[in-house]
Design a protein around this ligand. Structure first.
Ligand code: NAD
Length: 360
């Protein structure tokens, strides 16, 4: 198969971690007889330096013309970098919001996996971390409270602020379909998180999710209130497979879920539209404190590339092979600095990429 991949290396550790992910993709291409064509594009701080803006029409058009986008990270040190003296709409992060909007990426997928080899980094009690967990949080990204009408006004001499939480049936239906489709490729369980005991938007959410579930008889659906979900995530995270929720609940719960894995350098993510098209990137930022030192952990980016193989290209065996190669590297005791522990072998970013590419 031939696939065209738009590559945005970005800023900070972005170029280092993307180089390693491409190394692993090249190993996949060689083993399985595929051709991956890469188009390198600028976005974020490097685009500001080259073009005076964080996201150009050229980058958007090239992304739209590709089969998927693989991204490193964008942004710099927010206190010292000159990029942060610019108006907010010209700063690196404006590129990130702009590209999500331009590509219609409404579903954010964040797998949270506790690898048994790294269970020591999990802040939960040992009897919980020993069970491990492997869940995926699917967050609606373009609706809800963050995008509804907002205003601050003075009423009877008192300032009053209003944010509006709006969801339409079609917005809920498309994320529900995405969640059930992904669950079909996993352990076939969906937990839909809402606040249906209080919020009207949640009652519509629950109704539409339940309707969509009828088209997926193999998938088990459960509804859970958001406050209970926050507790269950730290009490028994192993119970979850796919958790689907609206924008603000997802923002909070996905960070909570990331935290219990204990290592930011391991967390992949994807943002998708209605088709198989997606943008794949690590959950972490550009880590300016370690940029250019060959110290970054490339695994989150490599696992993001595996998600691209699985969800955008339907290359299931290939994705499994990359994930197995990551596990093997960990089993063999290789660690970058951020996940290093006693008795393990410390390796650089590029060495970790070599080890995983070889294991593929
Ligand atoms: P960060 O995630 O970049 O760094 C937080 C800490 O985690 C740092 O100590 C860093 O060294 C470490 N870390 C992150 N990724 C790592 C990796 N792969 N390997 C080893 N260690 C890693 O968060 P921050 O410092 O708050 O933000 C730095 C910049 O990144 C800012 O400009 C911010 O806006 C930007 N940012 C970009 C994205 C994105 O591109 N999607 C996301 C978050 C933050």
């Amino acid at each position: 198969m031939t696939k065209n991949i738009a590559v945005i290396k970005g800023d900070g550790i972005g170029p280092e971690i993307i180089t390693e992910a491409m190394k692993v993709l090249d190993a996949v291409a060689k083993k399985y007889g595929h051709t991956f064509n890469y188009t390198q594009l600028l976005m974020g701080g490097c685009s500001i330096d080259a073009n005076g803006e964080p996201l150009t029409k050229e980058t958007i058009d090239a992304c739209k013309a590709s089969d998927a986008v693989l991204m490193g990270s964008i942004g710099g040190d927010t206190t010292t970098s000159p990029w942060y003296k610019l108006p907010p709409n010209l700063r690196p992060e404006a590129g990130l919001l702009g590209i999500r909007k331009a590509l219609g990426l409404f579903a954010n997928l964040r797998p949270c996996v506790l690898y048994p080899q790294l269970s020591g980094a999990c802040p939960l009690k040992k009897e919980i971390s020993d069970r491990g967990f492997d869940m995926l949080i699917m967050r609606e990204l373009t609706g809800g409270l963050y995008f509804g009408e907002k205003k601050t006004e003075t009423v009877d001499g008192m300032q009053v602020a209003v944010d509006t939480l709006v969801y339409s049936e079609s917005e809920i239906r498309r994320i529900a379909i995405k969640a059930f489709d992904v669950a079909m490729k996993r352990r076939k369980k969906v937990t839909s998180v809402d606040k249906a005991n209080v919020l009207e938007s949640s009652r519509l959410w629950r109704k539409v999710i339940t309707e969509v579930a009828k088209d997926y008889p193999e998938v088990t659906l459960e509804h859970m209130l958001v406050d209970n979900s926050a507790m269950q995530l730290v009490r028994d995270p192993a119970q979850f497979d796919v958790m689907v929720t609206e924008n603000m609940f997802g923002d909070i719960l996905s960070d909570e879920a990331s935290m219990i894995t204990g290592s930011i350098g391991m967390l992949a993510s994807a943002s998708m539209n209605e088709t198989k098209f997606g943008l794949y990137e690590p959950s972490g930022g550009s880590a300016p404190d370690i940029a250019g030192q060959n110290k970054a952990n490339p695994i989150a980016t490599i696992l993001s590339a595996a998600m691209m193989l699985r969800y955008s290209f339907d290359m299931i065996d290939e994705a499994d092979a990359v994930e197995a190669a990551v596990s093997k590297a960990l089993n063999d005791g290789y660690r970058t600095g951020d996940i290093m522990s006693e008795g393990m072998t410390k390796v650089s970013c590029s060495e970790m990429g070599d080890i995983i590419a070889k294991a593929v």
